[in-house]
Design a protein around this ligand. Structure first.
Ligand SMILES: [Zn+2]
Length: 254
């Protein structure tokens, strides 16, 4: 009983610490005039005040927070989750500070690997983290309606979808059902790596994972009419990372 109470108390302290820290960080950013308040909820009319004020960030501060969360995860310092803390706040709406387009692989979990909670990340997942019209629409909704200042495209080592694309390219392998569409969608990354002047066959698999992220980031940055405009106006940043299975570290590649 005593241990349970102590554990609960530690969790409460950690959650308070997390939110206090983030609120302080946001306050200091606001103090520096770096947060474009008009970027949040000014035009949508959906939210007069954001449910999570600490999520009101510049694109650069959003990326910094995301990567700091990954550092905590890598070092085993993830903050224990408390599912009751923001329930009432989140009933009013949502203002996630980052959107993540991730592979569906069960070993890569965006909320875990960036040490975040409900309300913080707007997550879209598909095997191979590639773009379709539906995914672009999802990302546009997050950026334009929820005013999320950051999109992170997250690939990972040993991605099965990338391996399928390699097998389809090298051996003309055909996959059953609709799986072939994944291999087809990732083929441009396979071809782009083979054309690189510094191509090293031994690193091919990882390089294609990386290239797939880079090509997706490029496509999102120039995607009209919504995303390209937000990027050009400095209201949205599109970054790309590759998750390392052994360490849990996300390495920025774009
Ligand atoms: Zn994958």
């Amino acid at each position: 009983m005593c241990n349970t109470e102590n554990h609960t108390s530690i969790i409460e302290q950690n959650n308070q610490h997390r939110r206090s820290f983030l609120k302080l960080t946001t306050a200091s950013i606001l103090g520096l005039g770096l947060t474009p308040l008009g970027n949040v909820h000014a035009t949508s009319g959906v939210m007069k005040s954001p449910p999570l004020p600490e999520n009101v960030l510049t694109p650069e501060a959003a990326l910094e927070r995301l990567m700091k969360g990954n550092e905590r995860y890598v070092s085993g310092q993830s903050i224990p989750l408390n599912f009751s803390d923001e329930r009432l706040d989140l009933m009013r709406g949502q203002n996630p500070y980052a959107c993540v387009l991730s592979c569906s692989d069960s070993r890569v979990s965006p909320e875990f690997c960036f040490d975040e909670q409900r309300g913080d990340l707007f997550v879209a997942r598909v095997a191979g983290n590639y773009l379709t019209t539906d995914f672009i629409a999802t990302l546009e909704y997050s950026a334009a309606v929820l005013h999320t200042p950051l999109i992170m495209v997250l690939g990972h080592e040993n991605c099965g979808a990338v391996k399928a694309a390699i097998d389809a390219t090298d051996n003309n392998e055909q996959f059953p059902g609709h799986i072939q569409s994944i291999a087809t969608a990732l083929t441009p990354a396979v071809r782009a790596v083979q054309k690189k002047p510094d191509y090293v066959a031994a690193n091919r698999y990882y390089e294609i994972v990386k290239m797939n992220v880079i090509l997706t980031v490029r496509e999102l940055r120039k995607q009209p009419p919504i995303l390209s405009s937000l990027v050009d106006n400095g209201k949205l940043k599109v970054a790309g990372g590759v998750y390392q299975l052994e360490t849990g570290k996300v390495r920025l590649v774009a």
